[in-house]
Design a protein around this ligand. Structure first.
Ligand SMILES: Nc1ncnc2c1ncn2[C@@H]1O[C@H](COP(=O)(O)OP(=O)(O)OP(=O)(O)O)[C@@H](O)[C@H]1O
Ligand SMILES: [Mg+2]
Length: 476
């Protein structure tokens, strides 16, 4: 039997050195000389003091004036100065409340939000969101240039570090919004390495919006249908485009449709515009049937209506050929809106294959050729997937109400919309009518809410405008 060698005996193999005994290489530490550190600190302090009057002019003026009053006149002088300032401020507030609010209240708020929210949390939020290089290294931290406030949002102007782009921020809007406790975040590009982050302080669209007043002469290029998050009107372009409104059941598609019809009422009444409506569910549009020049609610009649629209459109195009390149609404050649509630009923769910094919062909023809001859399609849809609606790309303008899945956002609003903050899949079900849209000339989606047109409003609309709107609809 073999004998095990004794540990530590002459025959045992040599033992490896423990880490404590081994040789380790460490980076040599070169300490910055104290004089250099001190000079750097003094330089920073001087720079800070020199730029202070430019960065916070009002604060510096108040401090200098207070110190001067105290220096020359003592405590009574200081009290007198503050008393006079309080009186002036009170008079200003009572006489010109708007200017006081802009010049004083919102500036103080911006100053406070800058220090207490953005400056305080800037570095950790940006590092954790992956927008700054390291927690210690301030050199690679984008710099806050200015914070401005208005009645509903904060605007943080930021200088980017070299090597990052506005798109990096656009891809992190959800993290930024959560990081600064805002309901959302939007990126506005001002120039190279210069962006503004818009953080709403509260949800301005939380309250339903009543039906908007009917304007005497509607602009078909900019119909007021609701409100944007910043309080400005949401204007929908219909003439010269086609609009697809997408949202799950109960998302508020009806309010977008009815607000659009409401905004066009005077044009419907004077005959310069017509609505041809298709209502497969017989729930949404039947109520205001008298407002429509044509109306269909079955598969066959809907296809007949669509094919008639195609024939009218082609006849008009033939007349315009070589003479006229764009459409001007007149009573002879009115602007025709083909209004389709639940378009998938005709293109995907209808049992008769021939009807589905004919409907799809007609919609494709109208959307691809109707724009310049005064035919527009306004369609509502619940499910934007290709299997259900493969014509969605023929609609230049789309409205994304509450959606089922995150992946549907880009299907509706185009690639990158979700990364830029269009969180349509996260819209609160308690906020029907809230949607995201892309406005002309800006890639950033905008949050909007459609005005709610109630049954009483529709009845009143029908009573006033019904007879004129549905009069003989022969379109040349
Ligand atoms: N803009 C709005 N503001 C406030 N409430 C609204 C708004 N739009 C819709 N609602 C409310 O939500 C309900 C559902 O809206 P609506 O019928 O328009 O949904 P929808 O998207 O058309 O659904 P479906 O696909 O089932 O027809 C309405 O009955 C109304 O009470
Ligand atoms: Mg509906």
């Amino acid at each position: 039997m073999m004998r095990q060698p004794k540990i530590g005996s002459a025959q045992s193999p040599p033992t490896l050195p423990t880490p404590a005994q081994g040789v380790r290489w460490t980076t040599p530490i070169v300490e910055t000389p104290g004089i250099v550190v001190l000079t750097s600190w003094i330089w920073r302090l001087l720079r800070f003091l020199a730029t202070l009057p430019f960065r916070f002019p009002i604060m510096v003026a108040v401090l200098v004036a207070s110190f001067g009053a105290w220096w020359w006149l003592g405590w009574p002088g200081l009290a007198g100065l503050w008393g006079a300032a309080a009186v002036v401020s009170l008079v200003w507030w009572r006489t010109w409340p708007d200017s006081y609010r802009t010049c004083v209240t919102l500036r103080l708020l911006a100053w406070w939000r800058h220090l207490a929210v953005y400056r305080r949390h800037w570095q950790p939020v940006l590092v954790i969101a992956g927008l700054a290089e390291s927690y210690q290294e301030r050199r690679y931290l984008p710099r806050i240039r200015r914070v401005r406030c208005n009645s509903w949002a904060d605007y943080v102007r930021v200088s980017l570090v070299a090597g990052t782009s506005p798109a990096d921020f656009e891809h992190r809007v959800a993290e930024l919004a959560h990081g600064f406790a805002a309901p959302s975040c939007r990126v506005v590009v001002n120039g190279p390495r210069d962006i503004t982050l818009e953080f709403p302080r509260h949800d301005t669209l939380a309250e339903p919006l009543d039906a908007l007043p009917v304007l005497d002469s509607p602009d078909l290029d900019a119909l007021p249908v609701g409100q944007r998050e910043d309080g400005s009107p949401w204007l929908l372009r219909l003439h010269g485009t086609h609009v697809l409104v997408v949202g799950v059941t109960g998302a508020g598609k009806g309010s977008v449709i009815w607000s659009t019809v409401r905004a066009m009422l005077p044009a419907l009444a004077d005959g310069t515009a017509q609505v041809w409506a298709i209502d497969p569910k017989r729930m949404e549009l039947a109520y205001g049937r008298d407002l429509f020049a044509r109306y269909a609610d079955t598969g066959e009649s809907a296809v007949a209506l669509l094919e008639r629209a195609v024939a009218s459109m082609q006849e008009r195009a033939e007349r315009y050929a070589g003479k006229q390149r764009s459409h001007i609404p007149t009573t002879d050649d009115p602007f025709v809106v083909v209004l389709l509630d639940e378009v998938a009923f005709l293109t995907a769910y209808y049992p008769d294959r021939d009807i589905r094919r004919r409907a799809e062909n007609a919609i494709a023809t109208l959307t691809s050729q109707g724009r310049s001859v005064g035919f527009a399609v306004l369609a509502a849809l619940q499910d934007p997937r290709k299997e259900v609606m493969n014509l969605r790309n023929l609609f230049p303008d789309k409205v994304a109400l509450r959606l089922d899945e995150a992946s549907q956002v880009d299907m509706v609003l185009g690639e990158g919309a979700r990364e830029r903050g269009a969180e349509a899949h996260l819209i609160d079900p308690a906020l029907p009518g809230v949607a995201y849209v892309r406005l002309e000339g800006s890639p950033s989606p905008v949050r909007v809410r459609a005005a709610y047109v109630s049954d009483e409003n529709i009845t009143a609309m029908t009573d006033v405008y019904g007879a004129a709107s549905s009069s003989d609809p022969e379109v040349a």
